[in-house]
Design a protein around this ligand. Structure first.
Ligand SMILES: [Zn+2]
Length: 352
């Protein structure tokens, strides 16, 4: 299998930090409430951090998109030079970064954009999951003193499961690059609240994409921004290599119920920012895929004949989505394996 350019990593190294576990089951039910409470919360960001215009520099591997006072999404460019989306939140006395792209160059560019907006320290990086295209720039921010935060399973998988993206012929230098990725040092189980000054940022675990995925929620006066990582792909076919599509659909149903006075902005891992309608459309893709693959299995099809039967259906409805050519057949095969009970998904026991 050829590794697509967006999964070709360029890594560097990083120091370590201590771990703090937040067992926050009691907080889990607060997602809906916290979003509703957005109505009651006073403006959280310094007036000095008024929105900067969206950056359109041709040199950047992403487009910086302001989503509110001090909240920015960094949307991968059309060539996929950053490999994935990222973002950051400028609080009262520090900055929180969400994901670090697939290479240090893109991460360095993001750091440069942050530094043009604020000199505040970068306190946290949240990795939404372990995949290379979201963690490869971790070291850039760790060198700035940032603490990397993630769901516990990210630590189990970042140095092991990422090897599979290079295939069986992985080179020794690629292996060592994966094994030297800057890993998360603050781990959580269900949910954790991070503070950047007076600004609370909620990080919550949801199942479906890898089994170690986080969303990052920050509230504005009447609405909220939710960084979804790869739990949401906007008009883009997803990577289902580690997926469990049924719990994933439940997760997306939950996102669709998040509410605030004004529409919530959802930042996907891939594709442009979206609305709850986009979340529903993505859930529809997973649902359709399960239905179509399930029907083909019932008619006795397997393997290539099943793919041949399902692909035209996927193409008719989702042929215009990004990554169709790369992921459509793989998605069908992944769901066939999942429905047949033969799919391998990462286990927390994969820990080093
Ligand atoms: Zn991704």
């Amino acid at each position: 299998m050829t590794v697509p350019s967006r999964l070709r990593p360029f890594f560097t190294n990083v120091p370590a930090f201590r771990c703090r576990v937040h067992n926050a089951d009691a907080l889990r039910c607060l997602t809906m409430r916290t979003l509703l409470l957005a109505l009651l919360i006073a403006p959280m960001f310094s007036p000095a951090l008024a929105q900067a215009p969206a950056s359109t520099s041709a040199a950047l591997p992403f487009t910086l998109k302001p989503l509110g006072h001090g909240i920015y999404a960094a949307i991968d460019n059309s060539q996929g030079d950053a490999g994935a989306n990222a973002g950051f939140i400028i609080g009262d006395d520090a900055v929180l970064v969400v994901d670090t792209f697939e290479n240090a160059r893109a991460a360095q560019a993001l750091l440069g954009e942050i530094r043009m907006l604020t000199k505040l320290p970068i306190k946290f990086v949240v990795n939404t999951h372990y995949h290379l295209d979201h963690v490869a720039g971790n070291a850039v921010f760790a060198k700035e003193g940032a603490v990397i935060v993630a769901h516990r399973n990210v630590l189990s998988w970042i140095h092991t499961e990422n090897l599979k993206f290079f295939g069986k012929d992985i080179k020794p230098e690629q292996k060592s690059e994966v094994e030297s990725l800057a890993a998360p040092e603050v781990l959580y189980e269900s949910a954790v609240e991070l503070r950047i000054g007076a600004v609370p940022v909620r990080v919550e675990y949801y199942p479906g994409h890898t089994g170690g995925d986080s969303i990052v929620i920050v509230q504005q006066e009447k609405t909220a921004v939710v960084f979804c990582g790869d739990l949401f792909w906007r008009q883009t076919l997803p990577n289902l290599i580690d997926a469990s599509t049924l719990p994933w659909m439940e997760t997306l149903l939950t996102f669709g119920k998040f509410s605030a006075e004004s529409p919530i902005t959802f930042v996907p891992g891939h594709g442009d920012t979206g609305s709850s309608a986009d979340i529903a459309a993505f859930r529809g893709y997973l649902s359709d895929l399960r239905d179509w693959v399930g029907a083909a299995r019932k008619s006795g099809k397997t393997g290539a004949s099943l793919t041949d039967a399902v692909l035209p259906q996927v193409k008719q409805k989702y042929g215009s989505w990004q990554f169709f050519d790369y992921f459509a057949k793989r998605n069908i095969a992944d769901v066939e394996a999942e429905l047949g009970g033969t799919k391998r998904i990462p286990s927390p026991a994969t820990s080093r």
